[in-house]
Design a protein around this ligand. Sequence first.
Ligand SMILES: *Cc1c(COP(=O)(O)O)cnc(C)c1O
Length: 370
Amino acid sequence: MKYLDLKAQYTEMAGEINSAISRVITNCSFIGGEEVKTFENEFKKKFEAPYFVSCGNGTDALFIALKAAGIQSGDEVITTAISWISTSEVISLAGAKPVFIDIDDYYCINADKIEEKINSKTKAIIPVHFYGQTCDMDKINRIAKKHKLLVIEDCAQAHLSEYNGIKSGLMGDFGTFSFYPGKNLGAYGDAGGLIVRDYNYYKRCKMFANHGMYEKRHLHIIEGMNSRMDGIQAAILSVKLNYIVEWTEKRIKIAKLYDKYLSEIENIIIPKIRPNSKHSYHVYAIKATKRDQLKDFLTKNNIETSIHYPNALPFMPCYEHMSLKKDDFINAFSLSNTELSLPIYPEMREEQVKVVADMIIKFYENINNF
Ligand SMILES: *Cc1c(COP(=O)(O)O)cnc(C)c1O
């Protein structure tokens, strides 16, 4: 069994996808153009976004937000200790310094530890809605307001997640998305975009993503970069956008099944749900005793799993110069050593969930042999 079966999804919608792709090729609408405009408008509607800018990928989306916000050398940006590297590398790329905070019980940035890291250099916070679960946005927004910081929500794993009934990406100043093929809304190549709340920031993002031009070609108002969505990805994403609500519900259903089958196992911690929030289960993450042995056992029994992520950011070689201490990131360290991501995708069948759960139960019944 695959961890993520993209082929199953394609098979269900091959006709629609193929005709979208050939339409783009027939119209030679390769970069930007009508297909991208259509996707941007449809995304805005579905995600209730005031403004939305498409771009090349989710990493660029974060970078564009930081640049539009004026983040520069000498600044500090606060973020979580465990995420995909994009979240912190773009801070350095913008010339600023990433400041890491340990995670809470929901595996997101611990909002109670943010304030102690704020100083006169701090300019922004990047909360990551990790695995598909939203951060404690009330607390984060309260802190941001008090200290006049910008909030950039990293929604790469959290399409249509909610907090207090509000969709991810709508609570901060910016909400960045990845449409990497494996994400909950995935293109057939790299693609990304960002929700922007303020019109002036929107304009800056749009300019920055396309060489500093705004509406008029060959007039470069600022220096920017080339980070544009291509027509084929936009056309594919427009098709998939019609299914994202249904797919999210299916993920939640699968997660509930896992919860039911696994909740009694002593050696496992199933995901906790933050009160008043909706988890979109990009990842169904358990914390497991003897994680590596369990992973091997599942692999031997043809069940593919994944680890998100085996190293927390403060302990990566690229941040060695910061000399960060394990004691300050106990939860992130523990997660990276015990987390296991179980197969989850909308097309997964209920019997398959049971097969995974049974195999995990079998492992722990024989745990002394491992
Ligand atoms: C995937 C991901 C990104 C980066 O997205 P790309 O489209 O791969 O550049 C950023 N942040 C998080 C949390 C992610 O999971």
